[in-house]
Design a protein around this ligand. Structure first.
Ligand code: SF4
Length: 386
């Protein structure tokens, strides 16, 4: 189980919130990251001369305990040392609060763009709040040079990232320049893309951004109810076509719950008949957080009960040569024909396993469970696979 993304420590000489790239000394000296942005990880390195480090311009160090001998600003005595590893990018507050903003080697890394959103989806795992997110744009721009250029994919999420408008374009352009081999997976409801001029403003990142857009039904009535916004379906459809006309990469996301699963097969048909330009369709099990948790009685259905229709939907898309995946549904709930579509989709710091999994032959390929999912979110069909 991966450690969480937050911990606390003690600081000396750090007087304002700052972002650092944590590197061991050997890597720091040869890194493309400017030394003045590096926190040198000296945990278990009592042999290194701190005065000499100060002489070569190291601005801050990370130490295991309170050695009381350093002339350098430092972070030390982390309450959970496993949270911070070499290669990570962290935000350190003078109070000692530490947030990992990028974790080297994680199966998913995400930039959080804004808490604001123009929808109020019944199962939103991150309930929106109005905010001025301009500081987040500045922080993302500051963070990007600290991310390893080898990272294959980087998520951008919210809230609704396109509400940043020009700010999102700046972030994506900077990210494209700094991380030339990375795909940017932008989770957006697509409604603002009903405006063709807004889509035009993202011309410079065509092909680099993969726009991941949720569509919860093949009809306006159901989709607008789930989104809790009249006209949302029409706006999202217009947005999808505006993006496709300009050759953008598109993923469609369908969240699986009691209000959506009844039309799974018709939804698959709607996609392959009307949107053959979509490069990936993801069918996603619920994350029991935020509004989803509050609306459990409205939304919960045992995945075992929709698994046959889900299997039929992914196979229909696959037969039309459309790429389809199943996220967040455990392998033991799917039949043998559906399992090849299932992905290890839960971010490692959010994932957990159940006691039943200990003896399962599929434990290394199964998505497992959200850590936030208590017993009331577990299917009756969980059982170890032989
Ligand atoms: S028993 Fe656990 S590891 Fe095995 S398929 Fe089911 S949920 Fe996955």
């Amino acid at each position: 189980m991966a450690p969480p993304l937050h911990t606390r420590g003690s600081t000396d000489g750090i007087t304002s919130p700052r972002l650092f790239k944590v590197l061991r000394l050997e890597e720091a000296l040869g890194s493309h990251v400017p030394l003045d942005r590096v926190m040198v990880d000296l945990r278990s390195r009592s042999d290194v001369d701190r005065d000499a480090l100060q002489g070569i311009g190291v601005p801050v160090i990370l130490e295991e305990g309170n050695s009381d001998v350093s002339p350098l600003p430092r972070l030390h005595s982390l309450s959970n040392p496993a949270v911070v590893g070499a290669g990570d990018a962290i935000r350190v507050h003078p109070s000692g609060q530490v947030n990992v903003l990028y974790r080297r080697g994680a199966n998913a890394n995400t930039l959080f763009a804004t808490e604001a959103c123009n929808s109020r989806c019944l199962m939103c795992s991150q309930p929106p709040r109005d905010e001025d997110a301009s500081w987040r744009v500045a922080e993302m721009l500051e963070l990007l040079p600290l991310i390893d250029p080898t990272v294959p994919a980087l998520g951008i999420t919210g809230g609704e990232p396109t509400l940043l408008g020009e700010g999102l374009r700046l972030v994506l352009e900077a990210a494209s320049a700094l991380l030339p081999d990375t795909t940017f997976h932008v989770l957006t409801n697509g409604r603002t893309f009903a405006s063709a001029p807004l889509v035009d403003s993202f011309d410079s990142v065509t092909g680099r951004a993969l726009w991941a857009i949720p569509l919860y039904a093949d009809n306006a009535r159901d989709h607008d109810h789930i989104v809790q916004a009249g006209g949302a379906f029409a706006e999202t459809i217009d947005g999808l076509y505006n993006l496709a006309e300009r050759s953008h990469r598109i993923e469609v996301r369908f969240v699986l719950h009691r209000l959506t699963v009844g039309r799974l097969e018709r939804f698959a048909e709607f996609i392959y008949r009307n949107m053959p330009f979509v490069e990936h369709v993801a069918f996603m099990g619920l994350e029991p957080m935020g509004y989803a948790r509050m609306n459990r009685d409205l939304l919960w259905i045992d995945p075992l009960d929709y698994a046959p229709a889900l299997g039929e939907a992914v196979r229909r898309l696959s037969q039309r040569r459309m790429r389809a995946s199943i996220y967040n549904v455990q392998l033991c709930l799917l039949d043998g024909r559906s399992r090849p579509f299932a992905r290890q989709s839960i971010s490692d710091w959010k994932s957990a396993s159940a006691p039943e999994c200990a003896n399962c032959a599929a434990i290394d390929s199964c998505c497992g469970f959200f850590r936030s999912a208590g017993p009331q979110w577990r299917s009756r069909g969980i059982q170890p696979l032989p």
